[in-house]
Design a binder for this molecule. Structure first.
Ligand SMILES: Cc1cc2nc3c(=O)[nH]c(=O)nc-3n(C[C@H](O)[C@H](O)[C@H](O)COP(=O)(O)O)c2cc1C
Length: 201
């Protein structure tokens, strides 16, 4: 079954093809591909060009490093993410380097950088599965993350293997579940919050 998006309006093929698998093939990601993925993140837009995103990564070919990062995920995410060849934590700097002021939109910028990384991954036949389910304090302690940085998310990178037989039952089902989205008239407003813009009525 195709996991591709079924858009109501035409969109780029990369966006159609991106989805978040639970099953990952037992196949490493090349160093070249990994460098390009983080290069794509690096070139994201950010408020005042602060580039507040930081990443901590581990690959399965370094088992000790991989277990260390895996241990920063909540157990339900560990169950499937341990099959992925690469894991990463997404971190943002909370304040602007130039004046120490609070950077209210730093989480937005981190998300944008991960979105670019995800699209670069899709273009290379790779998949990314992002996670909110982490233990931020444990991750901060494990990696000596300073107080002005916030560990926010994790993501797994690898070659999709939907419904992989090594996956626990529930996750195989999730890899086959229908992908749904809210309609645009519930998302894009005009005169007031909640009132669809006329383009989307
Ligand atoms: C910020 C963020 C946090 C997420 N957290 C989790 C998570 O902890 N565990 C999980 O299994 N999936 C997680 N997901 C994946 C979402 O469930 C998934 O993106 C959503 O269901 C839409 O599916 P799709 O990405 O295949 O379109 C997360 C996604 C994002 C963007």
């Amino acid at each position: 079954m195709s996991r591709h998006a079924k858009p109501d309006h035409p969109i780029h093929d990369l966006i159609v093809r991106r989805w978040s698998p639970y099953g990952f093939a037992d196949r490493p990601v090349s160093a070249e591909d990994l460098r390009s993925l983080f290069e794509a993140a690096r070139w994201a837009a950010s408020s005042y060009n602060e580039q507040p995103w930081r990443f901590i990564i581990a690959t399965r070919d370094d088992p000790a490093a991989f277990e260390r990062l895996l241990g920063c995920l909540v157990e339900p995410n560990q169950a499937w993410a341990r099959l992925a060849p690469v894991l990463a934590l997404g971190v943002y700097q909370k304040t602007f380097a130039r004046n120490g002021n609070d950077n209210r939109v730093a989480p937005h910028d981190l998300g944008l950088a991960v979105a670019q990384l995800t699209m670069e991954a899709t273009a290379r036949g790779l998949s990314v599965h992002q996670m909110a389910g982490i233990e931020p304090e444990k991750a901060a302690a494990t990696y000596n993350v300073p107080d002005d940085a916030q560990v926010t998310t994790a993501f797994a990178i690898g070659y999709e293997s939907a419904g992989d037989s090594r996956l626990a039952e529930g996750y195989r089902e999730r890899d086959a579940a229908e992908r749904t989205r809210k309609p645009l008239n519930a998302l894009v407003f005009g005169d007031a919050f909640g009132t669809p813009h006329s383009l989307f009525e």
